[in-house]
Design a protein around this ligand. Structure first.
Ligand SMILES: Nc1ncnc2c1ncn2[C@@H]1O[C@H](COP(=O)(O)OP(=O)(O)OP(=O)(O)O)[C@@H](O)[C@H]1O
Ligand SMILES: [Mg+2]
Length: 436
């Protein structure tokens, strides 16, 4: 690892993290984990005697987001992904994934001298409260990092904004990481749009409100013809009986731009046609839809079990249950659009309409929960199922921005885009030059 001097914010937070609760919050890649891990190493060495605990949303995420950096700083081998303990400076460190409220049981009854929590907002609130009660050794400290979430998230309302607690926090911005060069920062900024730009780049706790794809622009994000030049295709299916059923045909080509595009759509709204279709009719329509295309996989709404059965009865194989992680799926979809990797063919009118009408659920936002309204979401869901399940399939557990980045890069045909493709659009709707 190349050595950089610590930034002023890093030094200050290191020196000031002497409270019972110490939280590094802010933008992605802003150097929060790096400095908080250094501080945790100091706690391990000099803190009060007793056990330590490292907590992440899952055991896998601890491996990726904590242990890699921690072990590299200490020049130690990384423990195996299943190990639940390690011992450093004669201190036992427990490694605990807190994926749901039930994981609280894993810490009940323990007495801790220190804890490190990666990605605090993804830890169940009950677990966090239990953890604080376990930090009962005199002088015990909690160190934690997080990216911002909703301003109504419990971490913000009950902890960060509560001045009566023995708590210190620091807001980090990308500029607070001394190791990033300008080009990397620019490309990072281009990757996030809408809600995630505000949270992950600007580092602000903002509500999910308005349209989900608020940055969607027909000029930039569409191509004016179906290309039919995919190396292969994938299909996303959102199935509905009273609600519309949507299929999208998504092409992939490593060497042409855009690398990924929605070539055509199928959209059947029984309310408009005043007639519901049977599963057999939808299966026939899907057969017709994929005819003559080199389709590799069909990703289908995981709740549509009966339709899946009908498809296999009709000899349509290649069907897979879609990954239905809504927030990470939307974030991935946004990223592909924002970067210009993914475009939508002009003939997909329902899909384009949904980009403008798919909105965040403001009532849920006010409860601190991010989710879109379940309306005008059929082509959006079908697209998400296909893009996220297919190009994001390697990573399990709770995803962090860097995991999404890794998936993003692996879904792109080119990592070093020739400069000719980096020119802005000269004419609207042209297939060339997706990178703005
Ligand atoms: N002072 C520094 N010297 C050298 N490398 C650094 C320094 N600060 C940060 N880095 C490196 O920059 C990268 C991003 O930093 P870090 O992981 O701490 O960001 P983060 O704020 O935790 O981001 P995220 O919100 O995405 O988890 C890491 O690879 C880290 O090793
Ligand atoms: Mg981090």
């Amino acid at each position: 690892m190349k050595n950089y001097p610590l930034s002023e914010k890093q030094v200050r937070s290191y020196n000031e993290s002497t409270k019972r609760i110490n939280i590094w919050e802010g933008s992605v890649r802003s150097g929060k984990s790096f400095i908080s891990i250094l501080r945790f190493i100091k706690e391990l060495k000099d803190g009060p005697p007793g056990h330590a605990m490292v907590i992440g949303p899952t055991r896998d995420s601890i491996q990726r987001n904590f242990l890699a950096e921690f072990c590299s700083l200490l020049a130690l081998p990384i423990p195996t992904p299943k190990s639940t303990q390690m011992c450093i400076f004669d201190r036992t460190i427990h490694l605990v994934g807190a994926s749901d409220e039930r994981s609280q049981r894993r810490i009940q009854g323990s007495t801790l001298a220190m804890a490190y929590v990666d990605e605090l907002t993804l830890i169940p609130q009950g677990f966090f409260k239990m953890l604080l009660s376990r930090l009962s050794v005199p002088g015990a400290r909690l160190l934690g990092t997080t990216n911002p979430d909703s301003p109504f998230h419990w971490l913000k309302t009950e902890f960060l904004s509560n001045d009566t607690l023995d708590l210190a926090s620091w807001k980090f911005r990308i500029e607070d990481n001394p190791s990033l060069d300008e080009q990397y920062i620019t490309s990072l900024k281009n990757e996030y749009q809408g809600l995630w730009y505000k949270r992950y780049i600007e580092g602000d706790w903002v509500l999910a409100e308005g349209t989900v794809f608020e940055f969607f622009d027909e000029e930039k994000h569409t191509i004016d013809y179906p290309t039919k030049r995919g190396e292969y295709y994938i299909v996303g299916v959102d199935y509905g009986t009273t609600n519309p059923t949507a299929f999208v045909m998504i092409g992939y080509n490593r060497t042409h731009f855009p690398n990924i595009w929605c070539e055509k759509e199928y959209y059947y709204d029984s309310k408009v046609h005043k007639r519901q279709k049977t599963d057999t009719e939808f299966a026939e329509d899907l057969k017709e839809f994929i005819k003559d295309y080199n389709v590799r996989s069909i990703y289908i709404d995981p709740s549509a079990a009966s339709f899946r059965l009908e498809l296999s009865r009709n000899g349509i194989d290649l069907v897979e249950e879609a990954d239905n992680d809504v927030m990470n799926g939307i974030r991935f979809h946004s990223q592909l659009l924002a970067n210009g990797t993914y475009k939508v063919s002009q003939n997909c009118r329902n899909t384009i309409r949904e980009y403008a009408t798919y909105v965040w659920d403001i009532k849920a936002s006010e409860r601190g929960e991010d989710k879109p309204v379940k309306a005008n979401d059929h082509a959006m869901d079908a697209t998400r199922y296909a893009l996220f399940s297919h190009f994001g399939q390697d990573i399990d557990g709770t995803l962090k921005p860097e995991d999404i980045d890794k998936m993003f890069y692996s879904s792109q045909g080119y990592q070093n885009i020739p400069s000719v493709f980096q020119q802005p659009h000269e004419t609207s709707g042209h297939a060339m030059g997706p990178f703005r």
